[in-house]
Structure formats: structure tokens, C-alpha cells
Write a protein that binds this ligand. Structure first.
Ligand SMILES: Nc1nc2c(ncn2[C@@H]2O[C@H](COP(=O)(O)OP(=O)(O)OP(=O)(O)O)[C@@H](O)[C@H]2O)c(=O)[nH]1
Length: 670
């Protein structure tokens, strides 16, 4: 007994010291941890901590019943903003304040993809549900964290279909940027409630009053409506929750009506198969029920249904106004179409309007590194496009690279991310050809005159461009660009726009320091390095966004590249006539740098209409075949050299040039 009690006191003593040490280590924390402590004290009153919600670690299922949330106590909203203005950080704080996840600085829990974590950007809209208490009542909030980069704007527009309001987040240091403007109009045109929020007010250089003025001038928003927060420290985040509950309208749906479930996203899970993100517009969907897909009329059984809390947590049912996930035993990835409506078997309802197709801006060929891997590549592309519906797919064939696909993307970053996701998530290694835009042409060649008079075609693959003598008119895609920058850089930006064949249509001040330019550009001119150059001439302060602006008549040529006189179709480009010579030189130099030296010399030529515009030579490795010949027998040495020369000729004849996998994509980068 005595022994036991001394053991007990020893444990109490150790425990006390551990606590003291913990307190001591708290005092000596770094600056970042001090912010965390501040954030803790802000949350300490746990104003929004719901009675039903418990800390993340403590529950396995949902700590509440979804049936207890009628539409009046549901709010569905998105967080939209320019790149890096703090969307994912705010999402973290909202999840913490509601007790959905444990406290922890900058976990970015909604950036779930490996590519997002590696690049530090959001590429995929992600949803999460949280329960908060407001004036004694529990509310179910469904938030969607959206990407900020222009290449992923389709994700934003799709997410808005499942929302009734948005938080328009603006960095109080950087101010309104180009994507802020684009996102505002997207939400405004969708008639959503807009809550303007200034973020990063903890920063030394934050200028909340100036930025509030910009928001007021540009969007006609009352300055009193603008919230000021620090998503990092948690300051003011409580007000955001209050604003969401009070300013975002509840869904106008009815759980007593027949089921109408809208699929706004879907993805392929290696273990669970196809998973769909669903918004329940009317009625109730329960596990085990049979539901019909409105577009295909196929019947499925709901095998699992639940909320993203913030990962998939089964709830057994979802009620009108709620947003969650569902699994329906779909065998084929093509069955889960985004924009589809599901209803209970034999109880058809009016389907929801689907989504507008995304308009791809950039096209590139994708081929397996080894032709035997084509089936794996096809399956990987099918699964990934299930999660990324903005990609357009067409089967393609290339003499050098074999069977593959021509894919359409919303931009180069989109293409890069898609490629990386193929490798990381599906283990598919692919060759990507040089990206190009889609040109339109009016063909009036002999054959066409005979049959059609003239015909308008769209050329997605430059090597399929018809003979120039048959083309009556060329048209190239245009974009309407928005640039926002401090006025110190007006001259540099004007110069850059003119150099890129841009037409400045408007230039106006959004406050007394910042200028907004509206510029019409040929898409091909801003595709590769425009944004980098804009950032570099404006010391990183200018931002850029663009939207489709149709086609304009242009003067185009087909630029072909030859390796040792052999046309390499995969390298063919279409460009404006004024760019042909520079581009030919740039690509030839790039090829010279990227193609490794081989046993024979390689000539690299860039030609337009058989006229050589640029040429580079890659020297051969001179293998010393006579090294092993000691002594003076000259005839033996000659024989070996002759054999070597013949070997080189043979290699050249069969065009056995080792071109590295990323050459095609590298050639356009400066
Ligand atoms: N000082 C400070 N930094 C912040 C605040 N909010 C976010 N940040 C930082 O800003 C950077 C970008 O934050 P994110 O949350 O990734 O921004 P995002 O808008 O989600 O970025 P994308 O999804 O790539 O567009 C991170 O380094 C954050 O730590 C804030 O209130 N104060």
C-alpha cells in the first residue's frame, strides 16, 4: 500500500513538471507560435463551437444527425479570391473554429492533392462541412475552397452552382487583383450573395482603408459591409461565420418533394471506385435506395452517402439543401457525368440545368513513352478527366510517337498540373508535344471548291494544317486581358502589351495609385511567358487575368522543323508571320540544347514554305575507333574509320535520333 502511494505521488510530481515544462516551452516559442497562441486566445471563448460538434480526433462518425438540419439552418458558400490571397488558410480557420479539425497553423487541409501540396496552390475545388452554433442554434455550413489561378477558373464557376453566397477575399496588402475582378463578376452574374473580406490585416504593410476604397470604387460595395480579418492568426474570422449565416440565403429547397440530386463533381478513388459530389436540391437520398440517372436512365444503388467532414464521413442520408458525397457502384468512369441529375427510381423530376462546357485554350498531344503502355495511359487519362472535366480529349496519331491523344487545356499551368497528376496519381509516364492554340481557316483549295466552294475548319494540330495555297483566310483566337498594376510601371506594361501584338482598349485608375488596363491579345502571344515577363517588369506587383474574346483575321504561317532533313511533324508550329523568324531561331537553339549529342552530326532547320529561316548543328561525338590499334598499320585504321562512318550513315538514314521526352514541351519556353 505504502509502495503504491509513493508510486502515485511520483507520477503526480512528474506530471506537474511536464506541465510546467510545457508552459515554459510555450513562453519560448518562435514568432509564428506566438501568433498561434494569439489565435488560440481568440478562439478561447469558442463562440461558434457547436454543442453537437466535438473535436475531430474524438469522433469516428458524424457527431450530429444530418436530419436535424432543415434548409433554414443550412448555408452553402464558396471562398473566391486571387491567387494566394488566403482562401485555403481561411478554410482551415473556419474548420478549426467549428471544431471540425484540431488547431494547427497552416495545415491547408483542403489542398488534398499531392500536386497542390508540392506547388502550394489550389487546383481543385474542395468541399467541407462544418457545424457552428449561432444564437443558440446549430447551423450546417458547407464551404467550397476554390482555386485562384486563371487556368482553373472552370472549377470556380462549377463550384458556384452548388452555392448561394461567396466570400470574396482580398489581400489587404496587395489589394484588388485581376482575378478578384473576374471572380467578383462570376459571383455577381450568378446572383450570389457576396461577402467582401479583407485578409492579412496583420501584415505590416496592409492598407485596409485603401483596399476597401478599391472594392467600393470597382464593385460599388458599401465600405461598412467589408470585414477585416487575418486568416492566419484567426483575428476577425468569427465575424465571417456570423456574416455567412446572416447574409447568405438558405437554400430554397423542400425535403418533402421527390428526390433531385445534382452531381457537381466526381472523382475516381483507387479503392472505392467512382465517388460523386452531390447537392441535394429536393427530397432525401438514403443509403440502399435505388436512384436513376436522368441522362442515361441507368439505375444505381446508393452504397454509401455522407458529408465531407472534412474527409468522407458516412451519414446514411442527405437531406434537401445539403451537400456531400455519394457512391453508387458505378463501374465505368464515363457514367459519372458532372452536371447530371439523379432521382428515385420511377419518380422522374425535371433535371437541373447542367454545366456549360469549358472552352479549351491550349492543345497538346500526349503519347505513352512506350507504345505498349497505351492501354494504361488511356485508363489513367479517363480516370483523371473524371475529376477534371475542363480537359477535352481526342484520339491522335503521330508517325514518331505512335497512338495517343490530343488534349485541350485551359492554360499551360493546367496542362503541366494534369501531366504531373497523371504521373503521381496514376503512375503514367507520358510525352507531351509542344502546346498550340486552335486556329480557324477558310479553305478554298481545288478539291474544296469542287465539292463545297469553301469551308471553315479549325486546326487543333499544326501538322494537319492544309497547304497554304488552299487557304483563303486565317483567323487566330483572341483574349480580353485585364492587368492591374501600380502606376509606376505604366510605360513598361504598355511596351510589353504592344510587343505582344496587344491592343489597349481601356486604361483607368482604380484608386490614386493603381491602374487597370483592358487589353485585347492574340492568345498565342500570352500563352508561354507573358505572365513571367509582366511580373518581372513590374517587380512582381502586376496581376493578369483573361477571358475568351473570339477570333480575329490574322496572317499565319506553318513553321516546320527538320532533323537531318527529316520533317518532325510533332515539332510543327503555326505562328504569326512577324514571329516566324525569331521563333524558328529560338526553337532551333532549344533543340540544339536539349537533344543530346549522338554518334553522328545532326542538322536542325526551321522552315516556312520550304524556305530555311534558321539552322543549328549538333556535333557528333567522335568515338575513337582506332584507339585499340597500336602500331603503324594505317590500312587497318582506315578500315575501322570507314566502318564507323558507314555506321553513322545508317543511323542517320533511319532517323535514329534520341530526342528526350520533354523536348517538345521545352522548346517554347525561354
Ligand atoms: N500574414 C498573413 N499571411 C497569410 C494570411 N492568410 C494567408 N496567409 C499566407 O498567404 C499564403 C497563401 O495562402 P493560401 O491560403 O495558400 O492562399 P490561397 O488563396 O488558398 O492560394 P491558391 O489556392 O493557390 O490561390 C500562405 O503562405 C499563407 O500562410 C494572413 O491573414 N496573414
Amino acid at each position: 500500500m505504502k509502495m503504491l502511494s509513493s508510486h502515485f505521488w511520483r507520477r503526480v510530481f512528474i506530471h506537474r513538471w511536464q506541465r510546467r515544462l510545457k508552459d515554459f516551452s510555450k513562453i519560448s516559442r518562435t514568432l509564428e507560435d506566438k501568433e498561434r497562441l494569439l489565435h488560440r486566445s481568440i478562439f478561447s471563448d469558442q463562440k461558434f463551437f457547436s454543442h453537437t460538434s466535438k473535436l475531430w480526433q474524438q469522433h469516428k462518425g458524424l457527431p450530429f444527425d444530418v436530419a436535424d438540419f432543415p434548409v433554414e439552418r443550412i448555408r452553402n458558400f464558396s471562398i473566391i479570391a486571387h491567387v494566394d490571397h488566403g482562401k485555403s488558410t481561411l478554410a482551415d480557420r473556419l474548420l478549426e473554429i467549428s471544431g471540425t479539425i484540431p488547431e494547427g497553423n497552416n495545415m491547408q487541409v483542403l489542398d488534398r492533392l499531392q500536386v497542390e501540396r508540392e506547388r502550394g496552390i489550389t487546383v481543385k475545388a474542395q468541399t467541407a462541412s462544418l457545424v457552428v452554433n449561432h444564437k443558440g442554434q446549430d447551423f450546417l455550413l458547407n464551404l467550397i475552397d476554390t482555386p485562384g489561378h486563371v487556368d482553373f477558373h472552370y472549377e470556380v464557376s462549377r463550384s458556384l452552382a452548388a452555392c448561394h453566397g461567396v466570400i470574396l477575399l482580398v489581400d489587404a496588402n496587395q489589394g484588388v487583383q485581376a482575378q478578384t475582378v473576374a471572380n467578383f463578376y462570376l459571383a455577381f452574374e450568378s446572383e450570389l450573395a457576396i461577402i467582401p473580406v479583407l485578409n492579412k490585416i496583420d501584415l505590416k504593410n496592409a492598407q485596409p482603408d485603401i483596399v476597401a476604397n478599391q472594392i467600393h470604387n470597382l464593385f460599388d460595395i458599401d465600405k461598412d459591409e467589408i470585414l477585416k480579418i487575418s486568416a492566419k492568426s484567426g483575428l476577425g474570422v468569427a465575424d465571417v461565420i456570423e456574416a455567412v449565416i446572416e447574409r447568405v440565403p438558405c437554400p430554397q429547397y423542400d425535403r418533402n418533394k421527390p428526390l433531385r440530386a445534382f452531381v457537381f463533381d466526381s472523382w475516381y478513388d483507387k479503392f472505392k471506385g467512382v465517388v460523386a459530389h452531390v447537392a441535394i436540391c429536393d427530397g432525401v437520398a438514403r443509403k440502399g435506395e435505388k436512384i436513376t440517372c436522368a441522362s442515361s436512365q441507368k439505375v444505381y444503388e446508393i452504397t454509401e452517402i455522407g458529408l465531407m467532414y472534412p474527409t468522407q464521413v458516412p451519414s446514411g442520408a442527405l437531406f434537401a439543401g445539403q451537400v456531400g458525397y455519394a457512391m453508387m457502384n458505378m463501374r465505368n468512369t464515363s457514367e459519372a457525368q458532372i452536371g447530371d441529375t439523379f432521382y428515385h427510381e420511377n419518380q422522374p423530376v425535371e433535371p437541373m440545368p447542367g454545366f456549360k462546357e469549358a472552352t479549351p485554350m491550349v492543345f497538346a498531344g500526349m503519347f505513352p513513352t512506350d507504345q505498349s503502355e497505351f492501354p494504361q495511359m488511356r485508363s489513367a487519362i479517363e480516370k483523371l478527366t473524371l475529376n477534371d472535366r475542363s480537359v477535352q480529349i481526342k484520339v491522335d496519331n503521330s508517325p514518331a510517337l505512335g497512338q495517343g491523344y490530343r488534349l485541350g487545356f485551359l492554360g499551360l499551368l493546367h496542362m503541366d498540373v494534369f501531366n504531373q497528376r497523371l504521373e503521381q496519381e496514376f503512375d503514367a509516364s507520358v510525352i507531351v508535344t509542344a502546346p498550340n492554340v486552335a486556329y480557324q481557316m477558310t479553305v478554298t483549295g481545288e478539291k474544296n471548291i469542287k465539292y463545297y466552294g469553301s469551308e471553315d475548319i479549325t486546326v487543333l494540330n499544326p501538322c494537319l494544317m492544309p497547304e497554304p495555297s488552299n487557304i483563303a483566310e486565317y483567323r487566330e483566337p483572341m483574349v480580353k486581358g485585364t492587368i492591374i498594376s501600380p502606376d509606376d510601371y505604366i510605360n513598361q506594361i504598355t511596351g510589353l502589351c504592344l510587343d505582344r501584338r496587344g491592343r489597349i482598349t481601356d486604361q483607368s485608375y482604380i484608386d490614386d495609385k493603381r491602374v487597370m488596363f483592358q487589353v485585347n491579345f492574340p492568345l498565342a502571344e500570352i500563352l508561354v511567358d507573358f505572365f513571367d515577363e509582366l511580373k518581372s517588369i513590374s517587380s512582381g506587383y502586376a496581376s493578369f487575368d483573361y477571358e475568351d474574346a473570339g477570333y480575329e483575321i490574322s496572317d499565319l504561317v506553318k513553321l516546320e522543323f527538320y532533323l537531318n532533313g527529316k520533317d518532325v511533324e510533332e515539332l510543327t508550329l503555326i505562328c504569326h508571320v512577324s514571329r516566324a523568324r525569331d521563333l524558328a531561331r529560338q526553337v532551333c537553339l532549344k533543340l540544339k540544347d536539349t537533344i543530346p549529342r549522338q554518334q553522328f552530326a545532326i542538322s536542325v532547320q526551321g522552315k516556312v514554305n520550304a524556305k530555311v529561316l534558321a539552322r543549328e548543328d549538333i556535333k557528333a561525338y567522335r568515338k575513337d575507333v582506332t584507339a585499340k590499334c597500336y602500331g603503324g598499320d594505317i590500312s587497318r585504321k582506315r578500315k575501322l574509320l570507314k566502318q564507323q562512318a558507314e555506321g553513322k550513315k545508317r543511323l542517320r538514314k533511319i532517323g535514329n535520333i534520341d530526342v528526350p521526352k520533354d523536348t517538345f514541351i521545352q522548346i517554347l519556353k525561354k
